[in-house]
Design a protein around this ligand. Structure first.
Ligand code: AP5
Ligand code: MG
Ligand code: ZN
Length: 214
């Protein structure tokens, strides 16, 4: 099962992708998590990505495409994967399609987690992230067992640099301009499915599994 998660920043792509990955035993590939891990480890890629991410801008396509194409070619992706945060532009989608076509593969579903802008800003201010293992929490909707500490790995939780309200607004604008056109792109490809992302996390997940298990 090869899946793409679409949706605005904070729509719950990562939350749902993790649950999908667990249920169907496929890798969860988040380009945002990959960049954040690189920033934390001080790599060249991390240094380049950080200047864009902190401003709420997209990292240039050429820094993203090869990385993902390479990743989905790894042996653990043979049975499928869930892509979270990629593609995010039409050129990224085209480059993924071309790379998959070349090896006789294709995406099965692009799942759009639909949440209006009004809900996003409040959601983001409550998010806390673990930069070590990629786990995500929410002060109100998904609190960690111990305040400020990751349940999975024990690392201190942080507010992401790009989750400040002014940067969130910028990311929403970037989403509408550059990523939303993918909704049309995957509608035309007849693989788009939409779920209501304003429901609680379990209800959203149930809606997704109903589609995948059909
Ligand atoms: P990325 O990390 O992908 O961020 P994003 O797309 O902005 O999305 P988020 O991770 O912020 O939100 P999410 O949809 O995963 O929501 P979550 O599940 O955490 O990218 C960051 C940056 O990296 C980009 O801005 C860009 O610079 C760069 N980048 C990454 N990929 C790129 C690419 N392909 N090309 C170019 N640049 C790229 O949920 C949000 C919060 O809400 C959490 O606290 C969660 O607990 C809570 N929540 C989730 N679901 C619900 C629910 N149903 N009800 C209540 N609360 C909920
Ligand atoms: Mg995410
Ligand atoms: Zn952790």
């Amino acid at each position: 099962m090869r899946l793409i998660m679409l949706g605005a920043p904070g729509a719950g792509k990562g939350t749902q992708a993790k649950k999908i990955a667990e249920k169907y035993s496929i890798p969860h590939i988040s380009t945002g998590d990959i960049f954040r891990a690189n920033i934390k480890n001080g790599t060249e890629l991390g240094k380049k990505a950080k200047t864009y991410m902190d401003q709420g801008l997209l990292v240039p396509d050429e820094l993203v495409c090869d990385l993902v194409v390479d990743r989905v070619g790894q042996p653990d992706c043979e049975k499928g994967y869930v892509l979270d945060g990629f593609p995010r532009t039409i050129p990224q989608a085209e480059s993924l399609d071309a790379a998959l076509k070349a090896v006789g593969s294709k995406i099965d579903y692009a799942i759009d987690v639909d949440v209006p802008d009004e809900n996003i800003i409040s959601r983001m201010s409550g998010r806390r992230a673990c930069l070590k293992c990629g786990a995500t929490y929410h002060l109100k909707y998904a609190a960690p067992k111990k305040e400020g500490v990751c349940d999975t790995c024990g690392e201190a939780l942080v507010l992401r640099e790009d989750d400040k309200p002014e940067t969130v607004q910028k990311r929403l604008n970037v989403y509408h301009e550059q990523t939303q056109p993918l909704i049309d792109y995957y509608t035309k490809a007849e693989i788009l499915v939409t779920v209501d992302g304003t429901k609680d996390m379990e209800e959203v997940f149930q809606a997704i599994t109903e589609i995948l298990d059909k």
